[in-house]
Design a protein around this ligand. Structure first.
Ligand code: FRU
Length: 488
């Protein structure tokens, strides 16, 4: 049998076997290229329609048109941030999963690049599910879950590699695919096995995948490899309490390990544990939390910025005419002294800021701040509650519309509310201020409270709409209010 040589950057990897031994035909770059071109043409055709929608977000990252869900494989490579995402170029509902691709030099202004991955129909692939992208000795390499009629999501998923040798413009499916199959687990029966997240430690690659053991609860499983091709199953990293876990991420932050996962249960929520890793590759959780308390937010994934910050994007399931879904703004995760995660919008977002207004003072009761063009706006309200128990931001009613509470902190109830969703919130010992930081973008509202509690909720603010904004308080407060219109 003649070995097939596959060159990955400087390293020549010899993949023994395959040709002639498996039932699958060898992958055809041509057919993948054609499938990508077809998807790009569909995007180009649908884009003007989606862009006409007055509810379409202006500064949130979105597919050119139609459906998108999870962010995939964010990576800083060659001087640019690359973010991929689950994309259906052929409809505004979930289906035909491709990997869309957007790039940015500054985390804020994004450009669409050609679709990266399309299902390889000639290899029986129906969907390219979520995964990650890593830099393998200079070669950008995607590890993702491949789904087809013979490799169904519930019981037969396989993991594939794809590489790019032209700076991530085009991608090739690797001849060694599948590089991971359920056989890795021996007798252990794993269901809904998907969404690889890989990283390098010394000379070794590691990956975590989500799913659940047959009859068990959602879990993350951990694997090791020298080359991203031959993998060994190490252990069940952690089993949780929810039905199934999707999109796990596992990384160091400060002196702890952080495990992120999306709990596919009721409600569907993205959560985390912080803790430590044992020598036998099990995770010892110390703190548990929710990344964003709204079920509109799901399937987040992370990348390391060149300066070491851990950046996170999630899928926001908001929709309009000709488009469905967008990504949340890039958020920065930090490990707080209490062992929990801090979550704040990335400082690069300040580049979006246009006209600015600031008001500082004391009030007792509601105070209408002004009437800006509201469809794309940032509000940063620092409020010292003094005697107030309830503090909030509100859009006032216009002629034919009702008032919209944007975010309300209820101090005695230890809660924050936005868009009908509640999250636990209380001032910590020594904290005297409530910081309500809100990003409004037509159909999406992101609320960050005191750098640790997040809510992403649907909203409906039409282009050109003007509304009064009110700082709502039930008693005395001192405030420092800033407001910007945001521009792409
Ligand atoms: C999460 C998810 C992933 C899967 C992808 C398919 O939203 O279900 O587990 O890979 O979406 O689009």
């Amino acid at each position: 049998m003649t070995p097939i040589k596959v060159c990955l950057a400087s390293t020549a990897v010899v993949v023994t076997a395959l040709a002639g031994l498996t039932a699958d035909p060898p992958p055809s770059d041509d057919s993948h290229r054609r499938a990508v071109a077809k998807a790009d043409a569909a995007d180009a055709q649908a884009r003007p329609w989606a862009e006409k929608d007055p509810l379409r977000p202006a500064y949130h990252l979105q597919a050119p048109a139609r459906w998108m869900n999870d962010p995939n494989g964010p990576i800083f490579f060659g001087g640019r941030y690359h973010v991929f995402y689950q994309h259906n170029p052929y409809g505004t509902e979930w289906g035909h999963m491709h990997w869309g691709h957007a790039v940015s030099r500054d985390l804020v202004h994004w450009e669409h690049w050609p679709v990266a991955l399309a299902p390889s129909a000639d290899r029986g692939e129906e969907h390219c599910f979520s995964g990650c992208c890593v830099d393998r000795d200079g070669t950008p390499t995607i590890l993702y879950t491949s789904i087809g009629p013979k490799t169904p999501a519930g019981s037969g998923a396989v993991q594939w590699l794809a590489t790019s040798d032209d700076g991530m413009r085009t991608w090739r499916k690797h001849p060694a695919n599948p590089v991971m199959t359920l056989k890795l687990h021996g007798d252990l029966k794993v269901k809904d096995w998907r969404d690889p997240f890989a990283w390098k430690e010394g000379d070794d690659w590691f990956a975590v995948l989500g799913g659940h053991r047959e009859g068990g609860k959602g879990c993350a499983l951990i694997y090791k490899s020298k080359d991203l091709i031959d993998w060994t199953f190490l252990n069940v990293l952690m089993e949780g309490t929810e039905r199934n876990w999707e999109c796990p991420n596992f990384f160091r932050l400060g002196d702890k390990w952080v495990l992120l996962y999306s709990a596919d249960d009721k409600p569907r929520l993205a959560k985390y544990y912080t803790g430590t890793l044992t020598k036998d590759y099990t995770f010892r959780p110390e703190h548990h939390g929710v990344l964003d308390h709204s079920p509109t937010f799901y399937a987040p994934t992370t990348a390391l910025a060149p300066d070491g910050r851990r950046l996170l994007w999630g899928w926001a399931s908001v929709k309009g005419d000709g488009w469905n879904g967008c990504l949340t703004l890039p958020r920065v995760l930090t490990l707080r002294p209490d062992g929990r995660l801090g979550i704040e919008p990335a400082k690069e977002l300040e580049r979006l800021r246009g006209s600015h207004a600031q008001l500082v003072g004391s009030i007792s009761g509601d105070f209408t701040v002004g009437r800006p063009g509201v469809e794309a706006q940032e509000i940063r309200a620092k409020v010292q509650p003094a005697r107030a128990k309830v503090i909030g931001l509100r859009y006032e009613a216009t002629k034919d519309q009702v008032a919209v509470p944007l975010a309300t902190v209820h101090l005695p109830g230890k809660q924050v509310h936005a868009g009908g969703i509640s999250a636990p919130f209380e001032l910590l010992p020594g904290e005297t201020e409530v910081l309500l930081h809100a990003f409004i973008d037509h159909s999406i509202l992101e609320v960050y409270v005191n750098g640790r509690t997040c809510l992403t909720v649907p909203l409906a603010v039409m282009s050109g709409e003007r509304r009064d904004v009110t700082l709502a308080a039930d008693d005395d407060v001192t405030y420092d209010w800033e407001m910007w219109t945001l521009k792409q």
